[in-house]
Write a protein that binds this ligand. Structure first.
Ligand SMILES: [Zn+2]
Length: 137
């Protein structure tokens, strides 16, 4: 089926979807950290690549990656309209993620990337354990 929106409009709509979706997953992690009394983090510190969470003392950055936008191997699905456009766009996102991770690591930061699906009720205990592991000295 053809997209009912012209490309520019679609792009605008989807970027709004992304911003809201990301905020929701970020807040899910905020809630989880608070529930488990994990402290020492800040959000939106000015740092290369704009990590979602930074534990400065532990030199740890956390990114919460939406399954669609960041190409999760379990849930990424390619839209069926404007196929070439999306393929390129999602590949660019993945490339950027890799570049950001590498750059931060070179600067002495540790980088933990958490998939949106790891914040589901079923997976959250394991997710907290992953964060804790990174915080151990
Ligand atoms: Zn996923």
């Amino acid at each position: 089926m053809a997209d009912i929106y012209p490309k520019a409009k679609r792009s605008q709509i989807m970027s709004r979807v992304r911003a809201q979706g990301n905020l929701k997953t970020e807040l899910a992690l905020v809630k989880l950290l608070r529930q488990h009394h994990i402290t020492g983090w800040r959000r939106h510190l000015k740092l290369f690549g704009n990590p979602d969470f930074v534990f400065r003392e532990h030199r740890l950055t956390i990114f919460v990656d939406g399954c669609f936008w960041h190409g999760c191997p379990k849930h990424s699905s390619q839209p069926t309209t404007n196929r070439a456009f999306w393929k390129k766009k999602l590949q660019m996102n993945k490339d950027r993620d890799r570049f950001v991770t590498r750059t931060l690591r070179q600067g002495g930061w540790r980088v933990l990337r958490i998939w949106q699906h790891e914040l589901s009720k079923r997976a959250e205990a394991r997710c907290v354990e992953r964060v804790r592991k990174y915080l151990r000295p």
